[in-house]
Design a protein around this ligand. Structure first.
Ligand code: NAP
Length: 481
């Protein structure tokens, strides 16, 4: 990134343009470090971007797969080649550790390359009509102009897994990234521009959700909205899109259960929970936030995970020995610390979870474990989105499964068990979009569907070949033979 007072502009209609003003992107590991100034846009920029996308749509929809393949493949190749550089930017603006940030950048590159290939594989369906002498074809067409609204916690991977399928299937895009982490979205915009994305096909409009996001969702020339973020914002977007009869896809929060059975392999369970609950500072929609532990293994599990949790090194995301980076900003840290206070009332014991003051100013928090909790407590009903997990003690498998399902969310769910019977029954009966057996609840592949049930998701799945459902519309054509 530039180290000047230059403002990183929006990309609208193929031009880099300034917004109304700018917002400061601050490094959460060291708040003295300014990552850059980024355009803060208003309604004029939204208008320009949507009308530019609308104007570009007919030609892009007709451009055919080779051009789309070449563009997406080139972006994917460059993301992979420059993974350390972009990973450093990601770690600096979001606060996940450098290996995690490089890993996320690699994921974004893989996603672009996967959807480059998918652009070549858009298939239809030819059927015999029930009426003799008529041919029936089912074909897929692009949806039109799609607004993409993304959160701060995966600032390069989530934009990638929305932009790449949208463009692969012939849509035009307006991306509004989270105001906290515009740098990674700007990198993707730079690469699309550099590799010849036609003007207006991809547009970046940075700014506040309540201004830019809101205007995009309700804009009459937007055909579909793909959103990832909190349940509260998602519900508002769903209501607007419902009224406007606009295609919508929502990926929202989680309160993901991880069941530890008496017959679990203890080291496997402890590692899965450490990683699922605390890595990426717990700022993952798939984080293991409720650890549901059977009585026979409870004390040994709690003793082992507490010991390992306390040994985790919290620090600057860029430092080589850091295992847990900072919380993303002061607001999220304050919210996390309020939940730690609540846990003091709702749990029988609170281990860790306190704010940490290091030599440099940053938003540091020790990982926290809340013992002896009831599933009805607020700490078990509400998404905390920080490095905190609860422990719920249960007597048997049936109770564990019932508690795992007793939540308004349904994104990811895990079980640690060596019993084939328990693992199989859990896979069948748990109400979640993704199920993990002897693996952390977080950590997924990019070529298979991603998404949840109940309050976690709405609309067609993201990622893999299933993304075609959201980013295309089907047309059924009858022709006299
Ligand atoms: P958020 O506050 O809902 O924000 C998400 C995006 O929506 C941001 O770009 C935000 O802009 C924008 N926005 C805010 N108000 C809006 C409005 N009225 N209209 C349109 N857009 C609006 O969520 P977050 O705090 O960034 O992200 C954390 C949440 O995301 C957690 O709940 C987490 O579980 C969820 N998440 C889910 C998944 C999944 O796939 N299920 C993946 C990752 C994260 P500004 O931030 O710039 O205001």
């Amino acid at each position: 990134m530039k180290d000047t007072n230059d403002i990183y502009g929006n990309l609208i209609g193929g031009e880099w343009l300034q917004g109304n003003g700018s917002s400061i992107n601050v490094n959460p590991s060291d708040t003295r470090d300014i990552v850059g100034l980024f355009a803060c846009s208003g309604l004029d920029e939204v208008e320009q971007a949507v009308s530019g996308a609308r104007a570009a749509f007919p030609a892009w929809a007709a451009a055919g797969p080779q051009m789309r393949y070449d563009l997406l493949d080139a972006v994917g190749t460059e993301l992979l080649a420059r993974k350390e550089e972009f990973g450093r930017l990601l770690a600096r603006e979001e606060g996940k550790t450098l290996p995690e940030a490089i890993g996320e950048t690699v994921r974004a590159g893989q996603v672009f390359k996967f959807f480059a290939g998918e652009a070549l594989r858009v298939t239809g369906d030819t059927q015999q009509s029930v009426r003799p002498g008529i041919d029936v074809d089912v074909t897929r067409e692009p949806v039109g102009v799609i607004a993409l609204i993304t959160p701060w916690n995966f600032p390069i991977a989530i934009p990638a897994w929305k932009i790449a399928p949208a463009l692969a299937y012939g849509n035009c895009v307006v991306l509004k990234p989270a105001e906290l982490t515009p740098g990674c979205a700007h990198v993707i915009a730079q690469l699309l521009h550099k590799h010849g994305c036609p003007p207006g096909v991809f547009n970046l409009v940075m700014g506040q959700g309540s201004v830019v996001g809101d205007a995009l969702v309700s804009h009459p020339d937007v055909d579909a909205v793909s959103f990832t973020g909190s349940a509260a914002t998602g519900s508002r977007i769903a209501a607007t899109c419902g009224t406007l009869r606009r295609k919508v896809q929502l990926e929202m929060g989680g309160k993901n259960p991880m069941v530890i059975m008496n017959d679990a392999d203890l080291p496997t369970a402890v590692q899965a929970c450490l990683s699922g609950s605390f890595f990426s500072t717990g700022q993952r929609c798939t984080a293991s936030s409720r650890l549901i532990v059977q009585s026979g293994i409870h004390d040994a599990f709690v003793e082992a995970i507490s010991r390992e949790m306390r040994a985790l090194r919290v620090g600057d995301a860029m430092q080589a020995d850091t295992q847990i980076g900072p919380v993303v900003d002061q607001r999220q840290l304050d919210s996390n610390l309020r939940y730690v206070e609540l846990a003091r009332a709702e749990a029988s014991e609170v281990i860790g979870g306190e704010q940490l003051h290091l030599d440099q100013p940053g938003f540091y928090q020790a990982p926290g474990l809340f013992l002896g909790t009831s599933n009805n407590a607020r700490i078990n009903r509400e998404e905390i989105f920080g490095p905190c997990a609860t422990v719920i003690r249960v007597d048997d498998f049936d109770e564990a499964l019932a508690i795992a399902n007793d939540t308004e969310f349904g994104l990811s769910a895990g079980i640690c068990s060596t019993s084939l019977k328990h693992a199989s029954e859990f896979r069948r009966k748990v109400e979640a979009g993704m199920v993990m057996v002897n693996l952390p609840t977080a950590g997924v592949d990019y070529h298979v569907p991603f998404g949840g049930r109940k309050g976690s998701s709405f609309g067609p799945r993201e990622q893999g070949r299933y993304a075609v459902e959201f980013y295309t519309v089907t047309k059924t054509t009858y022709q006299l033979a």
